[in-house]
Design a protein. Structure first.
Length: 491
């Protein structure tokens, strides 16, 4: 079937050697990530506040029970956020196109933030909890329509083989990092220093700005890109062989995906303590005074995106510089788990410093170093995952395997909440120490079986160390475990 892929309008022009539509998508994504990460950075603080406990009828809960309740809500929310993109991606491919899905999803997310920010005093007594559920539901569904489709449109700006495509993702995912930093900075400050519900409302305004930007400029800079579902454009591959049985080579490659999926769950279950137990530890057990100024606890989560910007090009250059000596993908996965464990060793230092005292506060540097170690682990592991899925999956099952990979991350987020609850039950030292041992142990096990996994890849790993002529140009600042193959993007 003829490829009718739309292209940017010829009149749109370029900026910094790229279509101006890229910078429109950059801005839209930046505002959306400000909204998403800003809300996520203060969510457990909001649920454990006295005002929220009174509104939701949780006054009878102890502090430990209240924190467990908050982590449970966070876990369900974070898990479902990684499952709904399967629906949003299918709708864009088959029914609506990316642009309509982005606008629909962004609108739902904006309304979700406004629902969370709706003043409790304006609601009939006893209905506040329903507004919380409504807000979370709108955010979950909206994220599912927004997340998978804006990234796709970045790639659609370029023809196949255009060497600018990878550098375009670099620029685009700078928006993710910038949005997450601004979200923690602005929304975190308003929430912790002024009012949590005002912070959610402000996050909704951020999402609104992204939508208005898209509405005002999409036609000018994107033209027809994203308007039609790919099924109507002849872009989908022939699926006549969809029901062919798997070959032995394909079965081996799927085994690698499933095994790495298990280690992925272990990694993200530890890493996502950032929004839960580590966030609570920062607020209630850490000395947040910096040069005479008490910073909001949520600001510590900025360490991750800041060091992604600093370290991503360094690590990418390191891999390229090693050439044929570059570690295999399973070896990098194992490194990621070990660095995650080292981050929790640092958290154990914080727990030892406070001991059983209710007045001693841990040094902020324990958490800073923990987040730096976690960022190195993230950069060692996260870029490999989606790349491996695209390399190892049989073409006819690629969408299914990609959905499964997101499901692994979703399960990990729910597991992270359950682990976080143990801090209140067993204490921070036992919990953080247990995660450190589990992560380092898993990393060692994976390192020991790495060669077998490479064998099961049947040559796919050889592509991993191949360096093209534009590789140095394409080394990018990458951000999150949410995006496209061979680049690391932020949530």
């Amino acid at each position: 079937m003829q490829d009718l892929k739309p292209k940017p309008p010829a009149t749109a022009g370029e900026m910094l050697g790229h279509p101006k539509g890229l910078f429109l998508l950059f801005g839209t994504e930046m505002w959306e990530r400000l909204s998403y990460y800003g809300m996520r950075g203060i969510f457990v603080f909001y649920l454990t506040s006295a005002a929220a406990a009174a509104a939701f009828g949780w006054e009878q809960l102890s502090d430990t029970e209240l924190q467990s309740q908050a982590l449970s809500y966070l876990g369900w929310y974070a898990m479902l956020v990684y499952l709904t993109p399967i629906i949003g991606g299918w709708m864009a491919d088959n029914k609506w196109g990316q642009r309509r899905c982005i606008m629909f999803g962004g609108t739902l997310m904006m309304l979700g933030q406004f629902a969370l920010g709706f003043p409790h005093s304006w609601l009939p007594d006893g209905t506040e909890i329903y507004m919380l559920w409504l807000g979370l539901a709108l955010l979950i569904v909206g994220n599912g329509f927004f997340k998978p489709n804006i990234s796709t449109m970045v790639g659609d700006l370029y023809d196949e083989g255009d060497h600018r495509r990878d550098t375009a993702f670099t620029i685009f995912y700078m928006g993710i990092n910038l949005g997450s930093i601004l979200g923690y900075l602005v929304i975190g400050w308003i929430g912790e220093k002024v009012n949590y519900q005002l912070a959610f409302f402000t996050a909704g305004i951020g999402m609104l700005l992204g939508l208005l930007l898209q509405m005002a400029q999409a036609k000018k800079f994107l033209g027809d890109i994203g308007l039609q579902p790919s099924a109507k454009l002849g872009l989908k591959k022939d699926t006549a062989d969809k029901h062919k049985p798997l070959t032995p080579e394909e079965r081996d490659r799927i085994k690698v995906i499933l095994i790495l999926g298990v280690f992925t769950v272990i990694f993200w279950a530890g890493f996502e303590q950032a929004a839960g137990s580590m966030n609570l530890f920062a607020k209630y057990n850490t000395d947040l005074n910096v040069m005479g100024f008490e910073i909001p606890a949520s600001w510590l989560q900025m360490v991750n995106p800041l060091f992604i910007i600093i370290l991503a090009p360094v690590m990418a250059s390191l891999w390229v510089g090693l050439g044929a000596r570059e570690p295999s993908s399973p070896a990098k996965f194992s490194m990621g788990l070990v660095f995650l464990g080292l981050g929790f060793v640092s958290m154990c230092g914080a727990a030892l410093q406070i001991g059983d005292s209710e007045t001693i506060k841990a040094s902020i540097w324990w958490l800073v170093f923990a987040y730096i170690f976690h960022t190195i682990g993230e950069l060692s592991l996260s870029p490999i995952g989606l790349s491996m899925v695209t390399k190892l999956s049989p073409l006819r099952y690629l969408s299914l395997m990609m959905g499964l990979w997101f499901a692994f991350i979703g399960v990990a987020n729910k597991g992270a909440a359950e682990i976080g609850k143990l801090v209140g039950e067993s204490g921070p030292l036992a919990t953080f120490g247990g995660v450190a041992i589990a992560a380092i142990g898993a990393g060692i096990i994976l390192f020991l079986i790495r060669n077998k996994l490479v064998d099961w890849m049947h040559g796919a790993e050889e592509e991993h160390t191949r360096v093209g002529p534009t590789t140095q140009e394409e080394i990018g600042i990458t951000a999150d475990h949410e995006g496209a193959p061979q680049r690391h993007f932020r949530e």
